[in-house]
Design a binder for this molecule. Structure first.
Ligand code: SF4
Length: 274
C-alpha cells in the first residue's frame, strides 16, 4: 500500500505487481491514486483507525470529495448509501454520529464501508475481526464475503484464525518469521500440509474427537525478528530438523501444481500427513 513512510521504512528487494505494473516503480502521486481506487485496506482496530473527532459520515464522505470531486451534500448521501450497504441500521439518522457511539462490530462495518467506497479491485483486510466476539466476527466475515462477490473484488485476508481461513480463502500462504513457508489451495493444505510449521498449526486446533487428551502446542517461541536463526528459521522448534536445516535456508520448492513449501523435507512431511 505504500503507507509506511520512507525513511524509516524501506523495501529491500523484489516487486509488488498489481494490474500488471510494479508498484515500486510508481511515483508518489501515482501510488496515491492506486490507493483507494485500486486497492484499499481494512485495519485491525477500527477505533484507532477512525478519526475520533469526525463523524463517520464526514469520514466516509471525504473519500468522495477528495477522489470524485463531489459536493459535501452529495458525498453525505453516498455515505448514507454505503452505510446501508454494510447493513448499519437506520443509516440516515446515524450518519452524523461519531465512532465511539457505535459498537465494535458496527465500527468494523464502517471500516469496510470506507474500504469499499471507491470500489477497489483489491481489499487487504488485516485481522479484521480480532477485536470482536465470535458471533459478530461471523457476521462481519459473512458481510465481507458477500460484498467481495458482489463487487468482484480480490481479498487478501491476514489472520491467525485457521477457522476463518477455512471458511473464506481459496488459496493460503502460511508465513513464519516474516516469510512465506507454504502456499496451497485451501483444502489441500488442511488435508495434507507440506511444511512442519503448518502441520504444527493444524495439530494445535482443539478437536472434539480428542476429548480428554492433552492439547498439542508447537514447542518454543517464535523467533525475535532481529535475530532470526541461521538455516531454516523454524529449525529450533521443528520435530523433523536435521543438520542441513541448521545451516541451509530451504528455498520455496514447487511440490505440486499450485503448491510450494520452504522445507528440505517437504516430501516426508507430505507423506506423513497423508
Ligand atoms: S527445513 Fe528442516 S527445520 Fe525447516 S521445517 Fe523443514 S524439516 Fe523443519
Amino acid at each position: 500500500m505504500g503507507i509506511v513512510d520512507s525513511p524509516p521504512g524501506y523495501v529491500t528487494g523484489g516487486e509488488i505487481r498489481f494490474r500488471g505494473r510494479d508498484l515500486l516503480t510508481l511515483g508518489r502521486e501515482e501510488r496515491r491514486r492506486v490507493r483507494g481506487t485500486g486497492m484499499a485496506m481494512i485495519f485491525q482496530d477500527a477505533l484507532s483507525a477512525l478519526n475520533p473527532v469526525m463523524s463517520v459520515g464526514a469520514q466516509l464522505g471525504e473519500m468522495f470529495q477528495v477522489h470524485r470531486g463531489m459536493s459535501r451534500k452529495a458525498a453525505r448521501a453516498e455515505a448514507v448509501e454505503l452505510m446501508d450497504r454494510v447493513k448499519i441500521p437506520a443509516a440516515a439518522s446515524r450518519v452524523g454520529d461519531y465512532p465511539h457511539q457505535f459498537s465494535g462490530g458496527m465500527r468494523q462495518r464502517i471500516m469496510i464501508a470506507m474500504a469499499l467506497a471507491l470500489e477497489p479491485d483489491l481489499i487487504i483486510a488485516d485481522e479484521p475481526t480480532t477485536a470482536l466476539d465470535v458471533t459478530v466476527q461471523a457476521q462481519v466475515m459473512d458481510l465481507l464475503a458477500e460484498l467481495q462477490r458482489e463487487y468482484h473484488m480480490g481479498l487478501i485476508l491476514i489472520t491467525h484464525d485457521l477457522g476463518v481461513v477455512a471458511d473464506v480463502a481459496d488459496t493460503i500462504a502460511v508465513m513464519y518469521a516474516g516469510r512465506i513457508v507454504e502456499t496451497a489451495p485451501v483444502h489441500h493444505l488442511y488435508r495434507a500440509p507440506a511444511h512442519p510449521y503448518t502441520r504444527g498449526l493444524l495439530d494445535s486446533i482443539p478437536r472434539l474427537d480428542h476429548k480428554g487428551q492433552e492439547l498439542y502446542a508447537i514447542k518454543g517461541l517464535p523467533p525475535n525478528l532481529t535475530a532470526i536463526p541461521p538455516g531454516c528459521p523454524f529449525h529450533p522448534r521443528c520435530p523433523l530438523a536435521q543438520d542441513i536445516c541448521r545451516s541451509e535456508r530451504p528455498p520455496l520448492h514447487d511440490v505440486a501444481p499450485g503448491r510450494t513449501s520452504a522445507c528440505h523435507f517437504w516430501k516426508e512431511t507430505l507423506d506423513g500427513a497423508r
